[in-house]
Write a protein that binds this ligand. Structure first.
Ligand SMILES: Cc1cc2nc3c(=O)[nH]c(=O)nc-3n(C[C@H](O)[C@H](O)[C@H](O)COP(=O)(O)OP(=O)(O)OC[C@H]3O[C@@H](n4cnc5c(N)ncnc54)[C@H](O)[C@@H]3O)c2cc1C
Length: 369
């Protein structure tokens, strides 16, 4: 059984990892075109979310839970790319903070990986993150993590290759059903596969419209600021402040602030500092010594969104042996590995960790009439 995976972000590469681990023949095509995974802020901390959709929450909590075992299956660099540093979450209103604490405490029962959940005073915050200026209380979760998406993809690439998989740095121009197989065309070659997995993020309609499908996925631009900051050390918690722009200290004097959510920019990957102003102003409230002169890099990526902001994955209806995952939005680094694992389970006909029918591509990919 030969599987072609198109797209080498977190979804494509974790699917390839779990399939090659089972001994499947896998070829992954990726054109490395400004993917979201590499630009990501890498916050893995879904447990305090107030999103009401239970299917989304289950996917996110299972994704966060999967990380330590996924990392253990990869190389030493992966162990460095993922760290449980804890999360500090602020809320404008003390009542909302209490509600957030109650949510975390309740969810701890089914998700012990949350670690410790507690309300912390400004003095306790000072002990956790001495440079952070605040006179507010926050909720602290010790199980919150951050992952360096780019570094994780590099580890996945090496592991996939060691497990016998092939990775081709090429753009797929079309997929066509031919003699009970899928024919994949790139600029250089054509190759046939028994199964295809489309893990192309927001670029899905390019491959599915020619097959007669309408696709409910739109691109969203995200920009992330990378600062040099003398006072940043590793092991400081991730901060989810009130207002725009999460604060992610990643050691080696590096501080990430992000990210913007720009809906009208299509697939534009150019840096536009003006769109990051609100995030920077908010950062100043918590870390007044960071200045725009310390800005080292702006990372830009394109997220994929559906009209109800929910991700989907599984077999595409009205086709054969064609699978897809997209619409992961702002939490795709959290949900992506679990989606990749379940795509592999669908192909190898094993039971999936969650009921895959709850995430069906059906409403998002419909035949054109
Ligand atoms: C700035 C920013 C910050 C973020 N922060 C967080 C965070 O803190 N926590 C979190 O959980 N999530 C975060 N996200 C979201 C997360 O990064 C994404 O949801 C996730 O990475 C999407 O993964 P993916 O594999 O679906 O797509 P991608 O990572 O976009 O990968 C798709 C790949 O497919 C390739 N491709 C497309 N078409 C073709 C083709 N025809 N042929 C070959 N290759 C093709 C693309 O070039 C790309 O490499 C953030 C996103 C951004 C942009």
């Amino acid at each position: 059984m030969k599987v072609g995976i198109i797209g080498g972000g977190i979804v494509g590469k974790t699917t390839a990892h779990y399939l090659t681990k089972e001994g499947m023949e896998v070829v992954l095509f990726d054109d490395d075109k400004g993917q979201a995974t590499k630009a990501s802020a890498g916050i893995i901390s879904p447990w305090l979310s107030q999103r009401r959709n239970q299917n989304w929450y289950n996917l996110a909590r299972m994704g966060a839970k999967l990380y330590p075992s996924l990392i253990a299956e990869l190389d030493e660099q992966a162990a460095l790319s993922y760290q449980q540093v804890g999360t500090l979450m602020f809320k404008k209103n003390p009542k909302t903070l209490d509600k957030t604490l109650a949510i975390g405490t309740k969810r701890l029962l089914e998700s012990p990986e949350i670690g410790n959940v507690k309300k912390v005073t400004p003095e306790e915050i000072n002990a956790l993150y001495p440079e952070l200026t605040t006179n507010e209380e926050a909720v602290f979760l010790s199980g919150g993590a951050r992952v360096d998406g780019k570094s994780l993809l590099e580890s996945l690439t090496r592991t996939i290759q060691q497990q016998g998989g092939t990775i081709k740095n090429e753009r797929v121009s079309s997929i066509v059903r031919k003699n009970d197989q899928w024919l994949v065309s790139t600029n250089n070659e054509q190759e046939t596969f028994d199964y295809i997995v489309l893990a192309v993020g927001p670029w899905l309609s390019e491959l599915l419209t020619p097959l007669g499908f309408e696709v409910d996925v739109r691109p969203q631009k995200g920009q992330l600021l990378v600062f040099h900051h003398e006072n940043t050390r590793s092991k400081l918690p991730v901060v989810i402040p009130t207002g725009e722009g999460d604060i992610i200290p990643i050691g080696d004097d590096k501080l990430l602030i992000g990210a913007t959510h720009e809906n009208e920019q299509d697939f534009d990957l150019t840096v536009d500092i003006s769109a990051t102003q609100e995030m920077f102003n908010n950062l100043h409230h918590y870390l007044p010594d960071v200045s725009m002169d310390d800005l080292k890099e702006v990372r830009v990526g394109t997220r994929a969104y559906t009209s109800d902001f929910l991700p989907f994955f599984g077999f595409i209806p009205h086709t054969t042996q064609l699978l897809v995952a997209s619409g992961l939005g702002s939490s795709g680094l959290t949900t992506g590995p679990m989606i990749g694992k379940m795509l592999a389970q669908l192909i190898t006909k094993q039971p999936t960790e969650l009921d895959a029918t709850n995430y069906s591509p059906d409403p998002y990919i419909t035949p054109l009439h």
